[in-house]
Design a protein around this ligand. Sequence first.
Ligand code: ZN
Length: 91
Amino acid sequence: MSTSIIWWEARCPFCGKRNKLAISAKGYKAWTSGAMVQDAFPELGANEREFLITGMCAKCQDDVFGDNDDKEYSFEVTDNEIALLEYLDQY
Ligand SMILES: [Zn+2]
């Protein structure tokens, strides 16, 4: 069983801070092949999946989604804002 991980880095579109998250290379391949993020990364929490999709850090997710579930927010994240930093193979 491979333990390869990828460091996913993105800049939060709300506060501008860069954050990193270790994700499985296997999940990343599944995700980029069209799998839903929750299927590709069942080990990740909701905040972490949201970070992968939108780049939002956990704190801003709390600020935005925290108390008012009925409010709708929209934002755009371009591919350029998400940089794949490192690919680590650990066999
Ligand atoms: Zn943020």
